[in-house]
Ligand binder design. Structure first.
Ligand SMILES: [Zn+2]
Length: 273
């Protein structure tokens, strides 16, 4: 009897190791749930990341050591591997569009990977790395470069973008408005007719369902023309925040990721709310 009483008392006042473990598991679970529910993963926002060029580590060191828009292969791979390790999915622009339209819901962890300017690297360096991780991306190409033999070494050709590989999709970065004059953006100085002509010319050779503004610089006049000509979404680099479901379709913000963007900085972007 004493033994039983003792046992009962023992259970009541001094929990066994197993009981302590169960209590700890419950506390950790509840705490985790609390953090989780207030975390960025549950918010209805998506980080759209914008990259540029990627070259081998050797070329980076020899030719582009101080060029922030040219990332090295190892640094780029580290960023993609991090997304993969953390369980992020990479959505296509069509999926982003469907989500913005309210047709699909986003998974907890999702990003959109975009690449500006149409460097050869999109096909030779970036595409194989994305493929390795089962990711998909979109490159915004400058139409006039696609058929320019002088640019053939550094930029994609028309043939390159017509190859069928669902890993990389190609959309528009304007036909020939990717320049600045007297510190002004081309899209701000050309006429409405020129903006329109540029888009029509680009539509003949590139899928213009989605457009990235040159330098991420947005203007009202161009947005209206894009809308009028059937473009579904357009991207800038303004605001340095995630895209929201109710953002203007022609003013979707992206995070700029360059050679100086550390993993910690990228992590802060991904976890921002
Ligand atoms: Zn650009």
């Amino acid at each position: 009897m004493n033994t039983i009483t003792g046992f009962t008392q023992n259970r009541k006042h001094t929990p066994s190791k197993e009981q302590l473990l169960i209590i700890m598991v419950i506390v950790v679970y509840l705490f985790g749930t609390l953090i989780h529910s207030s975390g960025s993963e549950n918010s209805d926002k998506i980080a759209v990341l914008g990259f540029h060029n990627v070259v081998s580590d050797q070329v980076k060191q020899e030719q582009y050591a101080y060029n922030m828009w040219v990332d090295s292969e190892s640094s780029f791979r580290e960023k993609i591997a991090y997304l993969h390790e953390q369980g992020y999915e990479a959505w296509t622009l069509k999926q982003l569009y469907e989500w913005k339209c309210g047709n699909i819901e986003k998974p907890k962890k999702v990003v959109v990977l975009t690449f500006d300017d149409g460097y050869k690297a999109s096909e030779t360096m970036i595409l194989p790395i994305l493929k390795e991780y089962g990711y998909r991306g979109a490159t915004f190409v400058i139409g006039s470069n696609l058929t320019n033999p002088k640019k053939a070494d550094s930029f994609l050709s028309l043939n390159d973008i017509r190859k069928k590989d669902s890993t990389m999709e190609y959309y528009s970065h304007t036909y020939k408005l990717h320049y600045r004059k007297n510190h002004k953006f081309a899209v701000d100085i050309v006429s409405e007719e020129q903006l329109q002509e540029d888009l029509i010319r680009q539509q003949r050779i590139v899928d213009c369902s989605y457009v990235a503004y040159p330098y991420g610089h947005y203007n009202e006049k161009m947005a209206a023309i894009l809308k009028e000509h059937g473009v579904k979404m357009a991207f800038g680099y303004h605001e340095n925040r995630k895209a929201e479901r109710f953002d203007d379709f022609y003013r979707i913000p992206r995070f700029s990721i360059n050679a100086y963007t550390s993993l910690d900085t990228m992590k802060a972007m991904l976890e921002s709310d």
